[in-house]
Design a protein around this ligand. Structure first.
Ligand SMILES: Cc1cc2nc3c(=O)[nH]c(=O)nc-3n(C[C@H](O)[C@H](O)[C@H](O)COP(=O)(O)OP(=O)(O)OC[C@H]3O[C@@H](n4cnc5c(N)ncnc54)[C@H](O)[C@@H]3O)c2cc1C
Length: 340
């Protein structure tokens, strides 16, 4: 079924909780409805800009959206195909990501448990190549079924066609603004699971030995995340606000002389990733408040809306942080969150 609205409020559709509205809003809940959505975009709304919104956990509305916001509400498991060792599960793009993870863990399907508790919906998982605790969506995605607005047809992309990178994919480049993810198929294990518990605080799980279950991993991940990250239901935020900058090793080596405890991750290509949260913390921003916005007091990478802030107030704070980090370290931070 199609749902079409004018002047649609977006406050509950973005985890920053900023007040904004969309000139038009279109949602649909069945695969076959996408053709009708596409027709509407080519006719009634042809002159308007468009944005495909998921759960709104990585976007910041800086103003009212003067165009059409489109949302998939296909929120069911579409198919499950089992072999002796694996299951291929196709999921509607509007299903809440963590509901999908919980479902898999309850079925004892392995591969997705480290990605527990990430906000958002299934449709965004290939776009963002979401990742946590040593696992990325690309590790389990088999294929992505999408609607191509330019071709006016359904296209199925195999994993290798999605050009996955660190929080990156073809959907942020060639396909940006041109497609809508309808469903995603993930390949998960039914037995002999490979548990990824080598990452940081997950090492505590080694104590379970052979009795370790997917549910143990999920519970542990949820507990860690709840203790470290602000709950968007309580304090508006969009998770990590800035990307971790990737820099030349020679540049980072010079900085390390003055800041030997700077958090850095050497990359296979010889470059070095620097923890943006460390830079912001070191520059004294952690816990900073300015009107209705601020920097979270436990995680400097997270900018927060204490309630009632406008998107532009968050942008203004982010610009001050960018300028300060550039002055102090000569590094230009880039937002991870998408400004609309
Ligand atoms: C508290 C918190 C913690 C977080 N932790 C993590 C983390 O650990 N790891 C991580 O990777 N991310 C994390 N994030 C970021 C965010 O949850 C992910 O980027 C998530 O995938 C965004 O999903 P969404 O459905 O909210 O997408 P949105 O924010 O609505 O959109 C994100 C992008 O995906 C596109 N998109 C969404 N749905 C579709 C679709 N059906 N078709 C085409 N394009 C689509 C949008 O156009 C946009 O470009 C966190 C965010 C918060 C608020």
């Amino acid at each position: 079924m199609l749902y079409i609205e004018k002047d649609y409020p977006l406050k509950s559709l973005n985890t920053f909780g900023v007040v904004a509205k969309a000139k038009h809003y279109v949602s649909f809940d069945a695969m076959e409805d996408v053709e009708k959505v596409s027709d509407l975009l080519e006719t009634t709304f042809a002159a308007e800009k468009r944005f495909v919104l998921g759960g709104g956990s990585n976007v910041l509305f800086t103003d009212d959206f003067d165009g059409v916001v489109i949302q998939s509400r296909i929120d069911n498991i579409i198919s499950e195909t089992q072999t002796d060792s694996d299951v291929l599960v196709e999921v509607g793009s509007g299903m809440e990501w963590d509901a999908f993870v919980a479902y898999c863990v309850s079925k004892n399907w392995g591969g997705v448990e480290n990605l527990s508790h990430i906000p958002g919906v299934v449709g965004a998982s290939p776009v963002q190549n979401i990742g946590a605790y040593g696992v990325e969506a690309k590790d389990i995605i088999q294929e992505v079924c999408l609607w191509d607005f330019e071709q006016g047809e359904v296209v199925v992309l195999k994993n290798e066609d999605c050009r996955f990178g660190y929080r990156d994919s073809i959907f942020k480049h060639e396909y940006k603004g041109k497609v809508l993810v309808l469903s995603v198929s993930y390949r998960l294990t039914r037995k002999d699971h490979t548990m990824n518990i080598g990452y940081g605080a997950l090492k505590d799980l080694e104590q379970h030995g052979d009795a370790l279950t997917l549910q143990h991993v999920r519970d542990h991940v949820v507990a860690i995340r709840e203790s470290k990250l602000p709950d968007p239901e309580v304090i508006g935020n969009g998770g990590s606000f800035f990307k971790n900058p990737v820099l030349e090793k020679s540049f980072v080596d010079v900085l390390l002389v003055d800041y030997p405890d700077m958090v850095v991750y050497p990359l296979p290509d010889g470059k070095v990733k620097v923890a943006a949260g460390w830079l912001i913390d070191q520059a004294g921003w952690k816990g900073y408040k300015e009107g209705l916005v601020g920097v979270h007091d436990k995680q400097a990478l997270v900018l927060v809306n204490y309630g009632g802030a406008k998107g532009e107030e968050v942008v203004s704070l982010s610009q001050k942080i960018i300028r300060d980090i550039q002055q102090k370290f000569g590094i230009v931070l880039e937002p991870e969150v998408i400004f609309l």
